[in-house]
Design a protein around this ligand. Structure first.
Ligand code: ASP
Ligand code: MG
Length: 417
């Protein structure tokens, strides 16, 4: 069996969905499981709905209508027959949402979040499944929440591999199966999500449990590039890389593959392809086993919007294991992700990503023990397989705040000039 994953950008409008159909026509759809994300920016749009709900904002209805309008617009373009069952199916999903909002009593933001954002994937897969049927491509719509079981860490749920494996075993293999990325359910049957952009991970979970032949992530780029073309000129395609290299690239912030995806695949040596949904017959990038698959070119990764924090002891005492473990404990507690570490005897610097806006609170806690200085909005550049020339191009015209070199990797924290 092969697993194909199509992300939000590939199904962002009617043409995108038609293109998914064309891709399958070209590359074949026998023994294929399709994992699909929410259409376009639907997850973000539902996040607004959730915020309005908790804020008791008068904008709540308008924000729901916006998501509804967006989906209806796509339906109108895809289905000529106004009586197609898809219209009823989509309406039902929205009335379920209304009824959830009316009856919900849980004050747990993360719980409510998962019950609502998950509808994005339920909507997209319902549309795609009906559309394929209307084009004569028979398929089986599967509710992934009946298969992928997790704990109840809403918004960042942890997979129960044993249960999931048991459930997935029963999947019918000959038919084209269509299911949702990003979702699971807890032991009470409530929806959970696997973390933003988690649909790649879903594809890997299925691949692992099925011992699949391969996973293909279909993207709007030709494959894994050595640099993000939004920030670097002359990006080139990497034809083959090892799991290890891909994990490193994903860790440092290359966004083509979700970092959690590679581990399960590597365990069973299932190859991962990253291919273009615009040119589906091109080979793209193959990620597989092999120490010899180091890319020949330097790879450039940039993370914008980082914080560079420096902590020094108030009394010139050393910053040692004890302090450092306390600092890391706090970072973990405030869900702040460390992207670089550097320390001297009395000062400790970290580059971090504060996704949830918790730094102001953390800063107050740290200030009781340390002198805290920081730079906001810095960029962290990582160059894998660096050369001096590559490093120079990156640093050019920028103020370098930190530079760190290890055998394979150079990292530079800069303040944009
Ligand atoms: N729709 C989810 C998100 O945007 C999952 C995904 O796209 O992979 O985070
Ligand atoms: Mg998405």
């Amino acid at each position: 069996m092969k697993i194909f994953k199509f992300g939000g950008a590939s199904v962002k409008d009617a043409d995108g969905i038609k293109n998914v159909f064309n891709v399958l026509e070209q590359v074949g759809h026998e023994n294929v499981l399709l994992v699909i994300s929410a259409m376009g920016k639907t997850t973000n749009a539902f996040e607004v709905v959730i915020k309005n709900y908790f804020d008791k904002s008068p904008e709540l209805q308008a924000s729901i209508q916006e998501v509804k309008k967006y989906h209806n617009q796509i339906l109108m373009e895809l289905f000529e027959d106004e009586n197609d069952a898809v219209f009823g199916a989509i309406n039902t999903i929205f009335s379920d949402l209304e009824s959830f909002l009316q009856h919900n009593k849980s004050p747990n933001y993360n719980f409510v979040y998962d019950q609502i954002v998950s509808l994005g994937e339920v909507l997209s897969t319902t549309v795609v499944s009906h559309y394929f049927n209307s084009r004569g491509l028979k398929n089986q719509w599967i509710d992934v929440r009946e298969l992928i079981k997790t704990d109840n860490t809403y918004r960042d749920a942890i997979v129960d591999w044993d249960l999931t494996q048991k459930n997935i075993k029963g999947l019918k293999k000959k038919t084209l199966n269509i299911t949702q990325g990003f979702l699971g359910s807890d032991e009470n049957g409530f929806t959970t999500t696997l973390g933003r952009e988690g649909s790649d991970y879903t594809a890997a979970i299925f691949a692992y449990c099925l011992g699949a032949e391969s996973v293909t992530i279909w993207k709007d780029v030709p494959g894994v590039l050595n640099a993000d073309p939004r920030y670097f000129e002359n990006a080139i395609l990497l034809n083959q890389i090892s799991y290890r290299e891909a994990i490193e690239l994903a860790f440092y912030g290359a966004t083509v593959i979700h970092p959690k995806t590679l581990q399960p695949l590597q365990k069973k040596e299932i190859p991962l392809y990253v291919k273009s949904f615009v040119n589906p017959l091109l080979p793209g990038t193959r990620v597989s086993k092999g120490a010899d698959l180091e890319p020949q070119a330097s790879c450039f990764i940039v993370k914008k919007d980082q914080l560079l924090i420096s902590l020094s002891s108030l009394d010139f005492s050393f910053i040692m294991e004890e302090n450092i473990s306390e600092i890391f404990g706090l970072l973990h507690k405030y869900k702040i992700k460390v992207t670089l570490i550097q320390n001297t005897a009395i000062s400790f610097s970290i580059c971090v990503e504060d996704k949830f806006g918790n730094f102001p609170e953390l800063k107050n806690v740290l200030a009781k023990k340390f002198q805290v200085t920081y730079n906001e909005n810095v960029s962290l550049y990582t160059i894998r397989h660096f050369t001096e020339a590559a490093a120079e191009t990156v640093a050019q015209g920028k103020e370098v705040l930190v530079k760190q070199i290890s055998r394979e990797t150079m990292q530079i924290v800069t303040k944009e000039a």
